[in-house]
Write a new protein. Structure first.
Length: 324
């Protein structure tokens, strides 16, 4: 039977635990997974997200190489950091914490992250591969972390996607748009709503799966949904709350208490999509480090084969200065 609360914390822990033996195997082969993080400016939320990511890296034994730059940093300074991380073999994935300050051309920065290290899947080529449902040149499918986390939540809660009407509120490049593509590739019928959508509640009432990703505090109410809908709430909003030390609490784009009795299942905020985003990021670092190991093994096999070919051709003596 479907559990009403989709527990992102528990699901993300299962995924993180499954990374431990993979990281150990990499270390046995002298590869320590490494994450490069570029944080620009003093946004408290961005700093909090980066600190959370660094803490989980530490827990898992993933090395983080973080660079913090001031708000007034130039485009070329960030670009130089990206290039430095691109050429550092100890860094397997690069995370540019978004949003970047207004004077920075975000698109150019993201497109300069090497395709092989594009841990967030934001590079235009990776988004293109996602749109076309292709494998991509790195043979490592990397999708943007939050949308991939949403799909994992559905899959690991045994919620069927195929044939369902999925409605997404939000069309951003980091959540709504890539998630729409992922759901489409899983044979859902997808409707995307945004700030110009008219009569939005008439559309959300048709959803079997509703993803709320618009950053509007508790916008979705009980009368916006049909009985039994599955809600994935991506939104993170601050709601003033004097009972809390910091003066606010985190809530989603859905009014959780209002809809709870009517839904088939729902992700809480916090404890739903948030932890999944971070654990998928960690999974991507490990995947890219494994790719490096695979390449190393392929190179060794190639060298061994060349050595054998030389011996077969010239006999021992000629090929002896070949190292493998
Ligand atoms: P974004 O770039 O600001 O995009 C918001 C989207 O929502 C836009 O497509 C916008 O429409 C749409 N929208 C805004 N107001 C609306 C309204 N009243 N009705 C319908 N659609 C509306 O935000 P984002 O980066 O996608 O993030 C969305 C939310 O998810 C935020 O709360 C963010 O903090 C959260 N988030 C959470 C995680 C996580 O790990 N849990 C990760 C990323 C983001 P237009 O395109 O027409 O402007």
């Amino acid at each position: 039977m479907l559990k009403r609360i989709i527990d992102g914390k528990a699901i993300s822990k299962t995924i993180r635990d499954s990374l431990v033996p993979r990281i150990m195997k990499l270390k046995e082969n002298n590869i320590i997974p490494g994450l490069g993080i570029i944080l620009v400016g003093d946004r408290i939320d961005s700093q909090t997200y980066v600190n959370m990511k660094k803490k989980i890296c530490d827990n898992l034994g993933i090395t983080n190489f973080d660079v913090k730059l001031p708000e007034d940093t130039t485009q070329s300074r960030i670009m130089a950091e990206v290039q430095r991380m691109n050429s550092n073999p100890q860094i397997h994935g690069i995370l540019v914490q978004l949003p970047l300050p207004k004077h920075i051309d975000e698109e150019t920065i993201l497109n300069n992250v090497s395709l092989e290290k594009d841990i967030d899947g934001f590079h235009a080529q990776n988004i293109g591969n996602l749109a076309l449902n292709r494998q991509g040149s790195t043979a490592t499918k990397l999708y943007p972390c939050t949308p991939e986390g949403c799909i994992e939540l559905l899959d690991r809660s045994n919620i069927e996607i195929e044939g369902k009407h999925a409605v997404i509120i939000g069309r951003s490049n980091i959540v709504g748009m890539p998630l729409a593509l992922l759901l489409l590739h899983r044979n859902a019928t997808v409707t995307i709503c945004h700030s110009r959508t008219k009569n939005i509640e008439k559309i959300t009432q048709q959803a079997d799966i509703l993803v709320t990703a618009c950053g509007r505090t508790q916008m979705v109410k009980r009368d916006w949904i049909k009985e039994g809908v599955v809600i994935i709430d991506v939104g993170i909003n601050n709601l003033p709350d004097e009972t809390k030390k910091r003066g606010y609490r985190l809530v989603g784009d859905t009014d959780y208490d209002d809809v709870f009795e009517k839904v088939g299942a729902i992700t809480p905020v916090p404890g739903g999509v948030g932890p999944m985003t971070i654990c998928i990021l960690m999974k991507h670092v490990v995947q890219l480090a494994e790719k490096q190991l695979e390449c190393k093994h392929e190179q060794q096999a190639q060298s061994a084969k060349e050595y054998e070919d030389r011996i077969n051709k010239y006999g021992l003596g000629e090929g002896l200065n070949y190292t493998i």
